[in-house]
Design a protein around this ligand. Structure first.
Ligand SMILES: Nc1ncnc2c1ncn2[C@@H]1O[C@H](COP(=O)(O)OP(=O)(O)OP(=O)(O)O)[C@@H](O)[C@H]1O
Ligand SMILES: [Mg+2]
Length: 221
C-alpha cells in the first residue's frame, strides 16, 4: 500500500505523518519504507537521528527527487514492502502528479492556524482534481484531509474544521474523523528520531486512532 502525505502548505505536517505512520506500521509488524521526495530531506534526517540514537526498528528511507524514475522505483519497493510512505514535496513540481497517481491513499494534513492555510490546501486539491480528470482509467485516488495541530477549545480551529466537509465535497475527497492536536510530543518525536507511538500520552492515542481509521478505509491495494 502506498500512502503519501501531501499539501503545498509548508510545515503542514507531511513529514510528521510519514515518519509517525512508518513507526506505527512497523510496530504492527509491517515492512515499511519511506520515500523522501522533498529536497530538504527532512524524513531522511529524521531516520538518521533515529539510527544514531539506536532506536529500533530502523526505518529505511529512500530519497527520490527524480520524476522520471519515481514510478518504477515505487513499484519495485512495493514488491518487498507492505507499506510505502511517500513524504511529499511542499510545492507543485514534476513529482506531484506521479505521486498522486501511484498512491493508494493521499493524506492531506491541514493546519487550521490562520492566514492562507486553506487557500494553499485548495491549490493542492485543484491539482489533485486535475490529475484525476486526466486519468485514462477513470478511477480516483483516495484522498483524505487530516486536520493537524488542532488546539482543543480554540473556536477559530473549531470553525475551520466545521468548514472542511464542504471543501471535501467540492473536491470529492474524504475527511478523517480523527484530528491530530498541537502537541509537544509530535515536535519531540521529530527531533529525537522517534514515533509518537513509542512514547505514552495523548499523541500516541491520536496517532493510534488514525492508524485504525486508515486500516478501516476500504481501499483496494
Ligand atoms: N500535530 C503537531 N503538533 C505539534 N507539532 C507538530 C505537529 N505536526 C507537525 N509538527 C511540527 O511542525 C513542524 C512542521 O511539520 P512537518 O515538518 O511535518 O511539516 P511538513 O509539511 O513536512 O513541512 P515541509 O513543507 O517543510 O516539508 C515540525 O517541527 C513538526 O515537528
Ligand atoms: Mg516535510
Amino acid at each position: 500500500m502506498v500512502i503519501s502525505s501531501m499539501n503545498f502548505k509548508g510545515g503542514a505536517g507531511k513529514t510528521m505523518i510519514s515518519t509517525n505512520l512508518a513507526v506505527a506500521f512497523a510496530m504492527l509488524g509491517k515492512k515499511v519504507v519511506i520515500v523522501d521526495t522533498d529536497e530538504s530531506f527532512a524524513s531522511t534526517k529524521w531516520a538518521a537521528r533515529r539510527e544514531d540514537a539506536g532506536h529500533e526498528p530502523v526505518i529505511p528511507v529512500m530519497q527520490m527527487i527524480e520524476s522520471k524514475t519515481i514510478v518504477s522505483t515505487v513499484r519495485n519497493l512495493s514488491e518487498n514492502n507492505d507499506i510505502i510512505l511517500v513524504d511529499g514535496p511542499p510545492r507543485l513540481n514534476a513529482l506531484v502528479s506521479k505521486i498522486i497517481l501511484l498512491s493508494d491513499l493521499v493524506i492531506v494534513p491541514v493546519p487550521p492556524k490562520s492566514g492562507n492555510d486553506r487557500e494553499v490546501t485548495e491549490d493542492f486539491l485543484e491539482e489533485f482534481d486535475a490529475v484525476q480528470e486526466r486519468r485514462p482509467d477513470g478511477e480516483r485516488t483516495a484522498a483524505y484531509l487530516l486536520p493537524n495541530m488542532v488546539k482543543e477549545g480554540y473556536n477559530l480551529h473549531k470553525a475551520f474544521i466545521q468548514s472542511l466537509p464542504q471543501l471535501c465535497e467540492d473536491y470529492q475527497v474524504g475527511l478523517f474523523d480523527n484530528h491530530l492536536g498541537d502537541l509537544v510530543a509530535f515536535g519531540e518525536s521529530n527531533q529525537f528520531g522517534l514515533g509518537v507511538v513509542e512514547q505514552s500520552g495523548k499523541a500516541k492515542q491520536q496517532l493510534t486512532a488514525l492508524v485504525q481509521e486508515i486500516e478501516k478505509l476500504s481501499i483496494n491495494y
